[in-house]
Design a protein around this ligand. Sequence first.
Ligand code: SF4
Ligand code: SF4
Ligand code: SF4
Length: 263
Amino acid sequence: MKQKKENTTEKLKIGLYGISGCAGCLLTVIYEDCFTEINELVDIKAFPLIKEDNYKGPLDYCFIEGTVCFDEDIITLKKLRKRSKYIVALGACSHVGGVPSMKNFLNKDKVMRFVYPKYNHLKSTNPTPINKHIKVDYYLPQCPPSKKEILEFVQAITSNRPFRLTEDPVCFECRKKGNPCLLNQGQLCLGPITRGGCDALCPTNDTICYGCRGPCPDANIHAFKELLKEKGYTQKELVAKMQTFAGLQFKEFEEEKSTWLEK
Ligand code: SF4
Ligand code: SF4
Ligand code: SF4
């Protein structure tokens, strides 16, 4: 009978950290079915959300949740970058700025006064995704990221297989599932310009896609805007939807590929 080769020292050293975020991405990792398998495949050396005693040495892969909202976040990121061979942006906040990045498009002082009416000394910052501050090697998008995709990633890195996000839009998976199209029913769904891989989670549950996985690489925003105009939507409505999770990335994408949003 063949003996199963056991050598825990060969396992990849992993750290899971958060900067400014809601901990939802990190909680996804510790859902029992996900965590058990990950824990078998890799050596979770540091996970401050659930571990009191955390290793401080070099890591192979460091997963980071959250948006850069404070100077302290940048200091943390730079320290983690130095310690890690690979950085993995975990979730929409880390990948594209997420909901906090909406503040970039609002009156910052008004937002501050609304959220922290008594804390006048707090400095308002522009929330940004982590790749604006450090080099990022991999992205696991979505708010929160899918357990399935996190597992697929860990399985890929532990078996030396490449890991790639799908480049197809959400519509691709949505059509395959046979969902009725919400866009055709008068709801401004961002599925046509958003990167798939979530199994069309929201439209399958009768909710529009808000673009939490960011734009798909070959999104035809020009064609999409024409379609929306034909359907009677305004630019304001489209911009508001795009700014929900990935406004900064949609804006950069737009500036490179189309000028419609500036008109
Ligand atoms: S991506 Fe979503 S779940 Fe993750 S930290 Fe941001 S808001 Fe929370
Ligand atoms: S509901 Fe949204 S994601 Fe689904 S096909 Fe229509 S536009 Fe695409
Ligand atoms: S359907 Fe859109 S908003 Fe919903 S999980 Fe997928 S990418 Fe995110």
